[in-house]
Ligand binder design. Structure first.
Ligand code: NAD
Ligand code: HSO
Ligand code: ZN
Length: 430
């Protein structure tokens, strides 16, 4: 059952506390992940085989499946599933291809020209979750922009399944993306392997992808331990639904449950402008929950969630901005007027016919998004995440005359004579 709060009765501190995600056991997780990272760093592949046995309960013969096996496994995909993947692929491709942009050159002063060019990050690592559910959709969300950006080496890790392989959906996506190896490695050990490299797993410059708390913690740790860059902390899924009396309570309940079913540490928050919407949504939620195959785990996430009663939509938006949800659903016909009020959210779903599941799989936007309040400062994955922007400049003889003295004076003001000289020597000889 969802706990219920009334916004007007909450103090600022209580709102802040409500916006904290479940943080119990953080120290234990940190210690365990550090141990895993250290062991992968020192023992390499041996550690990876050991962890596959310990956590995924499989004795692997090899740490990856190669081209032949990918082809064989992909061939077993049911036809309706391959068609659905094709459609999702096309939409995600179209949306991310539209993000390819070229900036113009800018003459900041006559003869001084500056510009930026994008270059792909050469070696990237993609983590595809596969613990409680295997997520080939994440493979599309990461693989398509990596390919569009032109990344030369794309290393893919996903936990091995019970048969010591990956499933036909992941294999089919690998085939579509032209990826010839899928490493059968999950959790913090996969992140460590890609960050430090092992005999089998190539070291990468940047690691992408969502995952459970072990994966997310490991990504955060390898930034300082291995100097590896990461996309963002993309941990347990969460949703905040802001509903008014134009919402359909059954739809709202289905959206809350959709994110709750990801895992017990997921959160589904209902913010509503009337008690009636909350009551009706909770009724629908109970009915729908009882029918779900993952009802135990989903119910645990619901226990970890709550509803907030607000006086109007603007107050609801204030709470949403404080919470900074990974997904924000505006279950109201008045969504247009709320758009300018949104300051913190990973991805937003507008109106009563736009379920968050559409974005999870197939509409085109990326589903790898910041959780735990990180939407206050991070964006979700996009094509930009896979490139660096390099700046260029060129100065002509006229430009040197125009800018020279400014640089000389500023260098002198900082007491950096050699900087000044690099200009003066040129001015004298021109
Ligand atoms: N934020 C996003 O963009 C986004 C997108 C998709 C999924 N998700 C989230 O990704 C997560 C996927 O989690 P998952 O667990 O199903 O798969 P996962 O692949 O992230 O994790 C599975 C791995 O965790 C490791 N592990 C499990 N128990 C462990 C333990 N006790 N100690 C050390 N390591 C352990 C194992 O190595 C296992 O292979 C969910 O929380 C889901 O909500 C987030
Ligand atoms: N909702 C997840 C992002 O938080 C993405 C996903 C994949 N499959 C289903 N859902
Ligand atoms: Zn989802």
């Amino acid at each position: 059952m969802l706990k219920l709060y009334s916004y007007t009765d909450l103090s600022e501190q209580q709102i802040e506390d409500l916006c904290l995600r479940q943080l119990e056991d953080d120290n234990t997780i940190q210690e365990r992940v550090k141990e895993i990272i250290d062991r992968v760093k020192s023992a390499g592949d041996t550690a990876l085989y050991d962890y596959a046995l310990a956590f995924d309960k499989v004795q692997l013969a090899q740490l990856y499946i190669g081209k032949e096996e990918i082809l064989e496994i992909a061939a077993t995909i049911p036809e309706d599933a391959s068609k659905a993947i094709d459609t999702a692929y096309d939409n995600i491709y179209k949306f991310h291809a539209s993000q390819v942009s070229k900036e113009g050159k800018v003459e900041t002063m006559q003869g001084v020209t500056c510009w930026r060019e994008s270059r792909a990050i050469e070696r990237v690592g993609l983590y595809i979750p596969g613990g409680s559910a295997v997520l080939p959709s994440t493979f599309l969300m990461l693989g398509i922009p990596a390919m569009l950006a032109g990344c030369k080496e794309i290393v893919v890790c996903s936990p091995p399944q019970k048969d010591g392989k990956t499933n036909c959906y992941v294999a089919y996506v690998a085939l579509k993306l032209g990826i010839e190896k899928v490493y059968l490695i999950g959790g913090a050990q996969a992140v460590a392997a890609m960050a430090f490299g092992t005999k089998t797993v190539p070291k990468v410059y940047k690691i992408f992808g969502p995952g459970n708390r072990y994966v997310t913690q490991a990504k955060q740790m390898v930034q300082s331990l291995a100097g590896t860059s990461i996309d963002m902390p993309a941990g347990p899924s969460e949703v905040l639904v802001l509903a008014d009396d134009t919402a359909n309570p059954s739809y709202v309940a289905s959206d809350l449950l959709a994110q709750a079913e990801h895992g017990a540490d997921s959160q589904a928050i209902l913010v509503a402008t009337s008690r009636e919407i909350i009551t009706e949504t909770l009724k629908a939620l109970d009915v729908q929950l009882a029918e779900l195959p993952r009802k135990e785990v989903t119910a645990r996430a619901i226990d970890n969630s709550y509803a907030v009663l607000v006086s109007d939509l603007a107050q609801g938006m204030a709470f949403s901005n404080a919470y900074a949800p990974e997904h924000l659903i505006l279950a109201t016909e008045r969504f247009e007027e709320l758009i300018p009020l949104i300051s913190n959210a990973g991805s937003v779903f507008l109106g009563n016919l736009t379920p968050e599941s559409a974005g999870d799989y197939a509409s085109g936007t990326n589903h790898t998004l910041p959780t735990s309040g990180f939407a206050k400062a991070y964006s979700g994955v996009s094509l930009d995440s896979f490139v660096k922007k390099i700046t260029f400049q060129h100065i002509s003889p006229q430009g040197l005359q125009n800018i020279g003295n400014t640089v000389e004076i500023l260098a002198e003001a900082e007491g950096l004579r050699a900087h000044r000289n690099a200009i003066s020597i040129r001015l004298k000889t021109q």
